[in-house]
Design a protein around this ligand. Structure first.
Ligand SMILES: Nc1ncnc2c1ncn2[C@@H]1O[C@H](COP(=O)(O)OP(=O)(O)OP(=O)(O)O)[C@@H](O)[C@H]1O
Ligand SMILES: [Mg+2]
Length: 615
């Protein structure tokens, strides 16, 4: 399976080159169509009916209506044949309607299923995948690329079958009427094919470029919307605009290039068609005058039929080359989607993973070494043991590895070396869901979903009643501010928690974590900047929050740190000190320095000299 890239940090390729064989892509796409066998059969049948009726029309018009009845004045016969002609048109109309609807149904179902699969797969992927991925690019793959596939399937795949059918039937009918005239009208076919081949390579390059360029546009758009606050704060609107304009311009140029290729291709084909028709008229005229086409009545009908046929087989050739490009771009798109589907979650339940019952909350790290990039460890050989119901505070300079420790404990990443145990179970042997069910987690970057406050707190436990939600909010001291919001608990907040302050968001996140009533509580505080009054509220809440469970708190507020049973001081990926607040102050090490800086009057000099010391 050469297109997989199973090195340790797979990330999505952004190049325009295709690495998956077309046959593989096609087989996989067909896999998505298997539930629609009935519809596919219906569509195939209607395609056959459409094609046959399409072919029949010029024949009936020229050879029958004109030659046999109109020019020979057979009125009775004319009435019958016109009835037949109308019948054929009606059949054509019905078959066409069924075909169009059926194709739409199949194509849309395909889109639906692919989007669903990709979404489900994204839910399974590990943090590390998202660390490496570009959100905009992912979004573009799920939206733009699936669209391209749908397009190919709705307008392309079956169309091509009908084109081939029409092409061969037309040629067969033409030859059965007159071999010489058929050969003459096909003089231009080799030229058309040559032109199509020349244009194909240009089309392919242009379409592939379009796909990557539109993804860039989506990326830039997504990034600037997410970062709009920073953009405006730093008055970088112009730069954002410039970057977007570049991506947009490149996309525009790619589209323009495709249009240019298209624009020269189309008239060229039309010119060929005109030449073909000209040849039919010239040579056909000469043939009829020389009597080779039979009596003049028949000759006129034959000419009409041939002229109509020539128009008909240029269409399919034209469609076929166009289809080739649609399918190219669809395959490029499909590959970009399959690339996502082929990313294996790095964190998976092992075969022998077990469900664990409610844990006591004993945590042990044994010689854990971990780096987001395995070559650059950020935690070095960390070992510690936490007793059930103990409260541990992690403190240390920024970038020391505090958040990393709790992310490992939740098994968002697996350590490269060492083991992490909960109640003596290696967490690699515990089903992930079962593991995380034990935990209430407040991550450093709190994310709230758009919806009401009530919904957001309940996110921790979907079956919780309103009363339980409020009780949790009261415990963490969030109740007061929520009550003061315009609609209380039913106040709607925007994506990412827009409309709440950072402190408020954290309180909501606390409530959410508490609602799970977890055996292990993990709090990664975002900020120490909570006003003294809220601080007091939280301090009281914390007492309740931390009772009866194991807690790891990455704390910035002195009160929480002081109340912890033990403090681990982390520096540069190592636990450098450990003990109670008093122990550590007495020791006069890093903790006491941090304490001096953060909680005593901080002087600029202390900060710079200390940071110099750390370097
Ligand atoms: N997703 C990530 N991918 C790669 N490197 C990361 C990632 N997250 C953190 N790091 C790196 O790992 C190191 C430890 O980061 P970590 O987030 O654990 O620090 P921290 O102690 O929580 O800091 P802070 O107090 O600022 O939150 C840092 O050097 C950081 O650059
Ligand atoms: Mg952190």
């Amino acid at each position: 399976m050469g297109w997989h890239f199973h090195h340790q940090h797979p990330s999505l390729e952004k190049t325009a080159e295709r690495r998956m064989p077309a046959r593989v892509i096609f087989a996989r796409l067909l896999g998505y169509l298997s539930p629609y066998k009935g519809w596919i059969a219906t569509v195939v049948l209607s395609v056959i009916v459409t094609s046959i009726t399409d072919i029949a029309s010029p024949y009936i018009l020229g050879r029958e209506i004109v030659s046999r009845y109109v020019l020979r004045g057979d009125l009775e016969g004319l009435k019958t044949i016109i009835a037949v002609f109308i019948g054929i048109q009606v059949a054509n109309w019905i078959a066409n309607t069924v075909r169009t609807y059926g194709l739409g149904k199949i194509g849309q179902s395909l889109l639906f299923r692919i989007r669903e699969r990709v979404f489900a797969h994204l839910q399974e992927l590990s943090f590390s995948f998202f660390d490496r991925s570009d959100t905009g690019d992912l979004i573009s793959r799920v939206t733009n690329d699936t669209d391209a596939i749908g397009e190919a399937f709705t307008s392309g795949l079956i169309q091509v079958a009908s084109d081939i059918l029409i092409l061969f039937m037309t040629i067969a009918v033409m030859f059965s009427i007159n071999v010489q005239l058929s050969l003459a009208s096909m003089i231009v076919v080799p030229m058309i094919v040559a032109i199509a081949i020349i244009f194909n390579s240009k089309f392919r390059a242009a379409y592939q470029m379009q796909r990557t360029r539109i993804s860039n546009v989506t990326s830039k758009l997504q990034e600037s919307i997410s970062g709009i606050r920073e953009i405006q704060s730093f008055t970088r609107e112009r730069d954002a605009m410039r970057e977007f304009r570049n991506a947009n311009l490149e996309n525009f140029q790619a589209n323009l290039r495709a249009t240019k290729v298209w624009g020269t291709f189309f008239p060229t084909i039309q010119l060929m068609q005109a030449i073909g028709t000209g040849i039919v008229i010239l040579y056909g005229g000469w043939l009829s005058l020389s009597g080779a086409l039979g009596p003049i009545e028949d000759a006129v009908g034959t000419l009409i039929t041939f002229m109509l046929y020539v128009g008909m087989f240029f269409g399919p050739i034209f469609d076929l080359t166009n289809f080739y490009n649609t399918i190219q771009s669809a395959f490029a798109a499909a590959e970009r989607i399959f690339e996502i589907l082929d990313v294996e979650p790095e964190i998976k339940d092992s075969e022998d993973a077990v469900e664990i019952p409610k844990v006591r909350g004993e945590i042990e790290f044994r010689n854990v070494t971990f780096g987001y990039n395995s070559k650059r460890p950020v935690l070095h050989n960390i070992s510690f043991h936490i007793k059930p119901k103990e409260t541990i505070a992690l403190v240390g300079p920024t970038g020391a590895g505090k958040s990393t420790i709790v992310k490992l404990l939740c098994r968002f990443y697996d350590p490269q070396k060492g083991q992490i145990l909960i109640d003596g179970h290696d967490i690699k042997k515990i089903k992930r869901k079962s593991l995380r069910r034990q935990m209430g987690i407040v991550l450093q970057e709190t994310f709230l979903f758009s919806g009401t406050i009530m919904d957001n707190i309940r996110y921790g436990r979907p079956d919780a009643s309103d009363d339980m939600v409020m009780a949790a909010a009261k415990l963490v001291g969030a109740h007061e501010f929520i009550e003061r919001l315009p609609d209380g608990y039913n106040t709607k907040i925007g994506e990412g928690g827009a409309g709440l302050s950072v402190g408020q968001k954290q309180l909501v996140a606390f409530a959410r974590a508490l609602l799970r009533n977890p055996a292990i509580l993990i709090l990664d505080e975002a900020t120490s900047s909570i006003d003294p009054y809220t601080d007091l509220l939280i301090r009281k809440a914390m007492k309740l929050l931390l009772k009866d469970r194991t807690s790891i708190i990455i704390a910035h507020r002195l009160s929480t740190i002081r109340d912890a049973d033990r403090i681990f001081v982390i520096d540069n990926g190592r636990i450098v000190e450990e003990g109670t607040h008093e122990d550590l102050l007495r020791k006069g090490g890093l903790y006491s320095r941090l304490y001096e800086m953060q909680f005593k009057e901080p002087s600029a000099e202390a900060i710079t000299s200390s940071s110099r010391k750390r370097k």
